[in-house]
Design a protein around this ligand. Structure first.
Ligand code: DSN
Length: 423
């Protein structure tokens, strides 16, 4: 039977849309040739990419396993159940919801589950290392709710738990967030749990940055301390861009209702499938080796940078992340990050605690080791990277494009020796 009307040609991307195809090729080449030190970025495996690009993108499935508003869920239900079961096994939690579209919607669902507008939430201030959705003022979490923000100590750049306790007792938030985006030190979940218990608040551990480290046993787990846990899946966990909420049984129903129908419609089933794949990968013995190496690499990179006169917030790192205060190097974060990018090292400028500068050109630089460790790099390569960072920053101060180009060649050689997975 001939087609009754002209169909949209079903050709591959290179033929259908050469302009977009060329852009994707360009980005793939960039990801191969440059070394990403952005601590929230990583490379997914080929298997995770395959699941992300799978036919599951064609399916609607509002609701939860065996409770859907659309038919045709024979496969989707099994996929989501697999992802949920694997999340529960990897993190040792009672309940997991794998539907949040990403970290910010996941965190918003926590507010929807437990707070009314105007209630009080407490989290770490964004410029201190927290996250926008932990009550920072430009986020709706800081304007629709009464927000109390804690800092790190001016002296040592770490959380001062007595100060957090004092503020919590004074302001009595209903939700207490721990975790963030620029915290180079281990989070003491037990200390946070004590504080939350004293004021009868629900403790939320946002483990987005460290989920992979926790899964691999390279950072203590919040399970048993925080009854609600939020995470993205694409950082150290090496999954697709997505998120999960995990909790004790007590809070399961409220969280599920808040995600759907509270905030979201149909889950992104292709992402759910890819989350299932990354959780399978995270349960393998090799993942433990990976997570430990991420931390070891960060420690070596931090030590090497300090030996070269860099001032690190908190004096080092316990995890995957290093926050550099560039003030003593006489350069700002933005020109430093731009120079590093020219040298083939991708980082991001970042505020440092008590920064006197604005976030768009702050005093700090944030780097981390998850992606380069995924490429198989170890301590020797971290020493080289510290040298390249140091040289690139000195070159930037002299405006030496020639020197940056020379470093870029060396970085490209190093990148070639350690091919990026999944490409
Ligand atoms: N944007 C993420 C990060 O880079 O840490 C946090 O949401």
């Amino acid at each position: 039977m001939p087609n009754q009307f002209p169909l949209i040609a079903d050709t591959g991307l290179s033929e259908k849309d050469p302009s977009l195809y060329a852009l994707l090729q360009e980005e793939e080449q960039r990801q191969r040739a440059k070394l990403p030190l952005i601590p929230s970025e990583n490379y997914v495996s080929r298997a995770v990419r395959e699941a992300t690009g799978s036919v599951l993108t064609n399916k609607y499935s509002e609701g939860y396993v065996n409770r859907r508003y659309y038919e045709g869920q024979q496969v989707i239900d099994k996929v989501e159940q697999l992802a949920v079961d694997r999340a529960k096994a990897v993190f040792g939690v009672d309940h997991a919801n794998v539907q949040p579209y990403s970290g910010s919607p996941a965190n918003l669902a926590i507010y929807a589950a437990f707070l009314k507008p105007g209630d009080t939430v407490m989290g770490m201030a964004l410029p201190m290392g927290g996250h926008l959705t932990h009550g920072w003022n430009v986020s709706v979490t800081g304007s629709w709710f009464k927000s109390v923000q804690y800092s790190v100590s001016r002296q040592h750049g770490r959380i001062d738990y007595d100060e957090v306790r004092g503020l919590a007792k004074q302001t009595r938030p209903k939700l207490l967030f721990c975790g963030g985006t620029a915290i180079p030190r281990q989070i003491d979940f037990a200390a946070f749990a004590d504080i939350a218990n004293e004021i009868d608040a629900i403790l939320v551990a946002d483990i987005a940055h460290i989920a992979g480290l926790i899964a691999g046993g390279a950072h203590p787990s919040p399970v048993g301390h925080a009854p609600v846990i939020s995470t993205t899946t694409h950082k150290t966990l090496r999954g697709p861009r997505g998120a999960m909420l995990m909790s004790t049984g007590e809070y399961a129903g409220a969280l599920d209702k808040a995600v759907f129908p509270g905030l979201q419609g149909g889950p992104h089933n292709h992402t759910t499938a890819a989350i299932a794949v990354c959780l399978h990968e995270a349960s393998q013995p090799e993942f433990k080796v990976y997570a430990q190496q991420v931390v070891r690499n960060a420690r070596v990179l931090a030590e090497e940078l300090m030996d070269r006169g860099f001032d690190l917030v908190s004096g080092g790192t316990d995890n995957h992340l290093i926050l550099i205060n560039l003030t003593s190097k006489d350069i700002l974060g933005k020109p430093a990050a731009k120079a590093l990018d020219k040298a083939g090292i991708v980082s991001n400028y970042n505020t440092i605690p008590y920064d006197t500068r604005k976030p768009f050109n702050p005093s700090g630089l944030r780097i981390g080791t998850p992606a380069v460790t995924s490429r198989g790099m170890g301590e020797a390569e971290m020493r080289l990277l510290a040298r390249y960072i140091d040289e690139a920053i000195e070159a930037a101060k002299r405006n030496s494009e020639i020197e940056l180009a020379r470093i870029a060649e060396q970085v490209a050689d190093l990148a070639e020796q350690f091919p990026a997975p999944g490409l």
